[in-house]
Design a protein around this ligand. Structure first.
Ligand SMILES: *Cc1c(COP(=O)(O)O)cnc(C)c1O
Ligand code: SF4
Length: 332
């Protein structure tokens, strides 16, 4: 799933990955689980998880919250009504060059279709990256659109994961952005910084700390167990580069569907200097139905969470509604 253009010298690119289901089970000492796997579906969106992330899973526990996020369960084949392959309507907003300009003042650039980890609940698993990737060209089209629209003050690098792109590519893009006077802020939406902390390397920190743009890094962490010492150190390095740090999570059945688990996550994040931002209701994407938590239950969890934590540690429950001018907030 990566574009093959990364410099071979980057240490993060040689990081060991687990890609075979049988290997993941063997490493965790789990024996069952291969029956009923839909290998056809797996070809479209294969198992992929960094070795260092596997090390944060509890061996012998098939209900481990990190394992569940990456395991291609046979339940994915169950087709849930109302679950589609473009759940958030991004295809309608996608312009040539991988730019999505749905919300006022902010433009989102699909900087890379690749991810360090494949999350089974992901709404982008059916995304036609081949046709829309900004990184396939040289991002010139995206830059031209941003330059032509003075209302765009913030550029969000998303994906997939923008940190799948090389630092050469990212720093060149950011240098061009800096030449557009109305662009004030650069935002990175990344899960890689936590699941593959070695990606937060000197080359990344170099361009990130040098840019004149204000920097916001929105991490994606769903459970406190994801933040081990190496991930915490990577977060600290991002902070050192001058980035404001936020986190978004997805509310996932059996992974983080309780106020207790979410409170522990908020506290772990804050201990690392990260504020919780959004808690997303699952996008209704095909194959992810077994992760769904109903809106009713989500609101109950939020009420309990708000009773436990200081207000600044309570994320906002949000959902994406196709065509809406902003995320739909379900709690404040
Ligand atoms: C979520 C999202 C944003 C950012 O929204 P915020 O509420 O500012 O975090 C921007 N563009 C698109 C297309 C998005 O989906
Ligand atoms: S890292 Fe993000 S974009 Fe990539 S598979 Fe996971 S949730 Fe989806």
């Amino acid at each position: 799933m990566h574009d093959g253009s990364f410099p071979e010298s980057a240490a993060w690119q040689r990081a060991p990955m687990v890609t075979r289901p049988a290997e993941l089970l063997a490493q965790l000492g789990l024996d069952a689980g291969l029956e009923g796997l839909d290998f056809e579906r797996l070809r479209d969106f294969p198992l992929r998880v960094p070795q260092g992330f596997v090390a944060r899973m509890r061996p012998g526990d098939p209900a481990d919250p990190l394992f569940l996020q990456v395991w291609p369960s046979a339940r994915e084949s169950a087709d849930a009504a109302g679950f589609s392959s473009d759940a958030v309507g991004d295809l309608a907003s996608l312009k040539a060059g991988g730019l999505i300009h749905k919300y006022q003042g902010r433009a989102l650039v699909i900087a890379s279709g690749a991810c360090a980890v494949h999350c089974r609940y992901c709404f982008r698993r059916h995304f036609p990256y081949g046709e829309s990737l900004a990184s396939r060209g040289n991002w010139r089209q995206a830059l031209a659109q941003i330059a032509a629209d003075p209302s765009i003050e913030e550029v969000i690098l998303s994906g997939g994961d923008p940190l799948s792109a090389s630092d050469d590519k990212l720093s060149a893009f950011v240098a061009q952005l800096e030449g557009i006077p109305h662009v004030l802020r650069l935002r990175l939406h990344t899960r890689t910084a936590v699941v593959l902390p070695e990606r937060v390397d000197p080359a990344l920190l170099d361009w990130l700390s040098r840019t004149r743009l204000q920097k916001v890094v929105v991490l994606h962490v769903n459970h406190a167990n994801e933040i081990d010492a190496a991930a915490a150190a990577a977060i600290e390095r991002l902070r050192g580069a001058g980035a404001a740090l936020l986190n978004q999570s997805v509310l996932l059945r059996r992974v983080n569907d309780s106020a207790q688990i979410l409170a522990a996550l908020s506290e772990r994040l804050f201990a690392c200097g990260v504020l919780p931002y959004y808690l997303h209701l699952l996008d209704r994407v095909q194959g992810a139905g077994h992760f769904e938590v109903s809106q009713f239950e989500a609101l109950q969890i939020m009420t309990e969470l708000a009773a436990r934590l200081p207000g600044y540690l309570v994320p906002r429950l949000a959902r994406e509604t196709p065509g809406a001018p902003a995320k739909t907030l379900l709690s404040w």
